[in-house]
Design a protein around this ligand. Structure first.
Ligand code: C2E
Ligand code: CA
Ligand code: CA
Ligand code: CA
Length: 279
């Protein structure tokens, strides 16, 4: 009826309003989060299937706001990406992660790779390669130990421009991984255009890999394609031994997921890293 229609419209608009207010509140707090030291990085191990050793870690941002509590990155990263704020958050994450990687190496974890998420806007900012090389020089981290993770959608936007930036990064000696691979519904032709080191199979294909023949087929195809193009493969979101066995059986080189460890603060991960390193 008419009145129900009006009610649901009203409900909808109140909800929309609440969401907008929450968004503005997040934004104003996020602006200060960096200066007030409310941001932190957690690290999740990346394990090689051949040796069951930790070969790298992925840095994941965490925000604990005194007013809003723990805000998940899925909420605040997209918000930061709407403005230049992501450039500052991203630079902070790169610098903090490189510093931590250097500290771990000095503590005997040589060759450990540090993977850092980089958003499209950050990647395309003028002088991104120079920023990265400055941070490497400042922290003393060897370039081959830094990997940046770029999403598929960030790569396909403007292939020419992307190609130029990727070649600059390759020249510096850092590694590049394609994150969330398979979720972008994009053409695959860009893969041969770009110098890429690694593909990350998205968690959504790994989750039901044991039961869903389609997901199993997609994961197998991604691995085969990556290998034939000279890239390595890492699977994210691995939670069970049978997922691990499937991926290992298909030649996937590395995995990351709760099966080994959740993302943890640096201090908590240090012991785990020392126990699981090549001798
Ligand atoms: P992502 O890059 O795809 O990161 C993987 C996400 O999967 C992380 O969520 C991680 O905690 C979660 N995860 C890892 N293993 C498992 C597992 O076995 N099972 C399940 N269910 N989840 C697992 P998180 O930390 O909440 O981060 C969410 C997203 O926020 C990231 O997705 C990334 O897109 C973004 N993000 C986080 N930190 C940064 C950053 O420093 N810069 C940028 N640009 N984005 C970031
Ligand atoms: Ca990632
Ligand atoms: Ca991912
Ligand atoms: Ca994801």
């Amino acid at each position: 009826t008419k009145s129900e229609g009006r009610n649901s419209y009203q409900f909808y608009s109140i909800e929309m309003h609440a969401r907008a207010v929450y968004g503005q509140m997040l934004e104003s707090h996020l602006l200060q989060a960096l200066e007030r030291g409310e941001l932190d990085l957690h690290y999740q191990p990346q394990v090689s299937l051949s040796g069951q050793e930790v070969v790298g870690v992925e840095a994941l941002m965490r925000w604990t706001s005194p007013a809003l509590g723990k805000v998940p990155p899925d909420k605040f990263i997209p918000l930061a990406e709407e403005s230049e704020l992501i450039l500052r958050l991203g630079e902070w994450a790169l610098r903090t992660a490189c510093r931590q990687a250097k500290a771990w190496q000095e503590a005997g974890l040589e060759g450990l790779r540090m993977a850092v998420n980089v958003s499209g806007r950050q990647f395309r900012q003028p002088g991104f390669a120079e920023l990265v090389s400055g941070i490497l020089a400042e922290t003393g981290l060897a370039p081959r130990c830094l990997e940046i993770e770029l999403t598929e959608s960030c790569l396909v936007d403007n292939p020419r421009e992307v190609q130029t930036i990727l070649h600059r990064l390759r020249y510096l000696g850092i590694q590049v991984a394609v994150d969330d691979f398979g979720t972008g519904y994009s053409s695959l032709s860009y893969l041969k255009l770009f110098p890429l080191d690694r593909i990350k199979i998205d968690r959504s294909f790994v989750r039901d890999i044991d039961n869903d023949p389609d997901d199993a087929a997609i994961a197998s195809a991604i691995i085969a394609m990556a290998h034939s193009l000279g890239m390595q493969v890492i699977a994210e979101g691995v939670e069970t031994q049978s997922q691990l066995d499937f991926l290992g059986g298909r030649g996937c080189e590395e995995v990351q997921g709760f099966l080994y460890s959740r993302p943890l603060p640096a201090a908590e991960l240090t012991g785990f890293l020392h126990d699981r390193r090549p001798q």
